[in-house]
Write a protein that binds this ligand. Structure first.
Ligand code: 1CP
Length: 351
């Protein structure tokens, strides 16, 4: 028998794509697959078009964004594109003095520390990011049946960059602020939630078919701190776009937070490679679609190793209401792109 939301016929509408179908907990014609950081330094065609153009400048050039976003779709035949942008783009757009430094990541000129710093975070409006609206519009036209995933950073991960001033392994200033001045922390995160929610809404209004909220570094927190200091703000972001397109909520090292991250309001829970999909399904009560979770480092192993692991992950994913195949985190820069293409072919061949 065919379930009512089955994806049995090829459709020109991305809302009927394998990705959106799986995200909504339906049976797609094959397990959809895309890769976090699929656009970028693993691709020679990316390096070529980015040459001499700083990262943040490139994010504000709709023609270039369109080309870079399409590159992995053309090359690998993945089931979704993800907008080429960055989680700090909306912060830059409202005037925060920051840059993305090659080989480092986002660097904030004056890290946030006091209540006065909140003045540097006005509300985001669509007028701040016209180039996002333009890029998404042109991408949706180019992509046809292939869905475009929009995204944002979650309040905790954005706050970490603002407070630390750049990438951090310890998140020491962030944790000190969170616990030392909870009122300021909550006000900071409330502003970031407005910015993140609006950034998602802009992408949906321009035609994105799904969204992912990246709380990349929230795995640094114990569960009690997550629930008290972070979850309400992530919930607000997810709530902004509820009922519009499927939502994916992802973080790294979040095995202990997975049930809470799912309950914060999402259709799909992103799973990193540390936790098996079987455990992820169990921890979230079988109530959510799952996305993941091949270890990006395994792409450097011999093909038979990769093949066995991919088959295992696809099998484990069948226990969830829907499964989107992905890596457990982003593609590493030195990855051989032909291995990614081979993974896509394998996942599709498994039905
Ligand atoms: O000059 C360059 O090429 C810089 C490298 C680069 C790229 C290609 C950065 C700097 N950002 C991006 C694009 C990007 N960033 C995308 C779109 C590309 C795609 O996925 O195909 C996305 C979704 C992001 C989101 C992003 N930026 C996240 C969340 C995803 C994740 O990997 O967890 C995070 C944490 C960032 C911050 C960031 N931006 C760039 C770097 C190197 C980092 C991480 C720095 C750190 O370790 O803290």
């Amino acid at each position: 028998d065919t379930p009512p939301n089955a994806d049995t016929t090829a459709s020109a509408d991305p809302r009927h794509s394998a990705l959106v179908t799986a995200a909504r907990g339906g049976r797609a014609r094959h397990t959809p697959v895309w890769f976090m950081r699929q656009a970028g330094r693993s691709l020679p065609e990316y390096k070529k078009v980015r040459e001499g153009i700083p990262m943040l400048e490139s994010c504000a050039m709709p023609d270039l964004v369109t080309e870079i976003t399409l590159q992995p779709v053309r090359r690998h035949g993945v089931d979704a594109a993800i907008l080429f942008s960055d989680i700090v783009v909306p912060l830059k757009a409202i005037g925060v003095d920051l840059d993305i430094v090659a080989g480092t990541g986002p660097v904030v000129a004056e890290p946030f520390a006091t209540r006065a710093d909140l003045d540097r975070l006005p509300a985001l409006t669509p007028e701040h990011v016209p180039y996002i609206t333009e890029a998404v519009g042109s991408l949706v036209a180019e992509l046809g049946p292939t869905p475009l995933i929009g995204f944002t950073g979650a309040p905790f991960t954005l706050a970490s960059y603002l407070v630390e001033g750049g990438p951090s392994k310890t998140h020491q200033r962030t944790k000190a602020l969170m616990h030392g001045d909870p009122e300021l922390w909550h006000d900071l995160c409330a502003r970031l939630a407005q910015i993140a929610g609006t950034f998602l809404q802009v992408q949906i209004d321009a035609g994105a078919s799904a969204v992912q909220v990246f709380d990349s570094w929230v795995g640094a927190l114990p569960r009690t701190d997550y629930l008290r200091f972070v979850e309400p703000h992530s919930r607000a972001v997810l709530e902004t776009v509820a009922g519009q397109v499927p939502r994916i909520h992802f973080g790294v090292g979040t095995g202990e937070l997975l049930a809470d991250m799912a309950a914060a309001g999402t259709e799909v829970i992103g799973v990193d490679y540390r936790l098996s999909l079987t455990d992820a399904v169990q921890r979230t009560g079988g109530a959510y679609a799952v996305q993941g979770n091949l270890d990006p480092a395994l792409l450097f192993a011999p093909w038979p190793v990769i093949e066995a692991r991919v088959i295992e992950i696809v099998e484990e994913g069948r226990a969830a209401p829907g499964h989107i195949f992905n890596l457990g985190h982003g593609v590493l820069p030195d990855t051989d792109p032909s291995v990614l293409t081979r993974v896509v072919e394998l996942v599709h061949s498994l039905g």
